[in-house]
Design a protein around this ligand. Structure first.
Ligand code: DGL
Length: 230
């Protein structure tokens, strides 16, 4: 079974790892589309053209299941992908809002790209799942995925001597985005697949919160589809 993945870079590797943990014997194809990072500030039309290109490439490689390993691309493009490619099995990665609301948390914070926060799908996930005794705040984090991706690419390219600066840049960006937030949230949703790559750094801002993401749900869905296909 050939399974394709794509993201605006290395964030989706967190999804790939979760799938590999529950599924053996599959062949994996991954597009790290860092050239178009960030996806989170693109218009819907611009993003769809980029995403379609990745899908076409994965289909050329023979992918039988395509995992959209990116929250932004999922909430903004997956419905149209399913309409345009009715024979392809897509699995999306949505912000883990359902998981957070089911956990019994009273105060929930969702960190995501501007595109994800603004999307109708995210608003619908909140409307469908939030309980009367719960509050939720959606916080757009412009620039965060890019700065995480920069560190990853620099490391991946073997550029030396810049790692500390890039690490510092992530700290500075997190400080700018999060230091105004109270640390009283019960659950913080990492609503972009890049954010689990700096989970420890985010946890420092919310020491007592549980940090959740959608990777396990995606992995289970992929596994179910491989069983259905046999
Ligand atoms: N990793 C992606 C996500 O899950 C996209 C980040 C970006 O490129 O803006 O939303």
């Amino acid at each position: 079974m050939k399974i394709g993945f794509f993201d605006s870079g290395h964030g989706g590797v967190t999804i790939l790892a979760a799938v590999k943990a529950v599924l053996s014997g599959a062949e994996y194809y991954y597009i790290a589309d860092a050239k178009h990072c960030p996806y989170g500030d693109k218009s819907e039309a611009e993003l769809y053209a980029i995403v379609k290109n990745n899908v076409e490439q994965l289909l050329k490689w023979g992918a039988e299941i395509i995992v959209v390993a990116c929250n932004t691309a999922t909430v903004r493009c997956i419905d149209k992908l399913r309409r345009d490619y009715p024979d392809v099995k897509f699995v999306g990665t949505e912000p883990a809002i359902r998981l957070a609301t089911k956990s019994g948390a009273r105060k929930i914070l969702v960190l995501a790209t501007p595109g994800t926060v603004e999307s109708e799908r995210t608003q619908l996930l909140v409307a469908e799942n939030l309980q009367p005794d719960q509050t939720i705040k959606l916080l757009a984090c412009p620039g965060l995925a890019d700065v995480i991706e920069a560190r990853y690419v620099e490391n991946g390219n073997g550029v030396e001597g810049k790692v500390d600066d890039l690490d510092g840049a992530i700290d500075a960006k997190l400080g700018e985005l999060l230091s105004g937030e109270p640390d009283e949230y019960d659950v913080v949703v990492l609503g972009c697949t890049h954010y689990p790559l700096v989970k420890e750094k985010i946890q420092r801002f919310f020491p007592s919160a549980r940090l959740v993401d959608g990777s396990t749900g995606v992995a289970e869905r992929v596994k179910d589809l491989t069983i259905e296909s046999v």
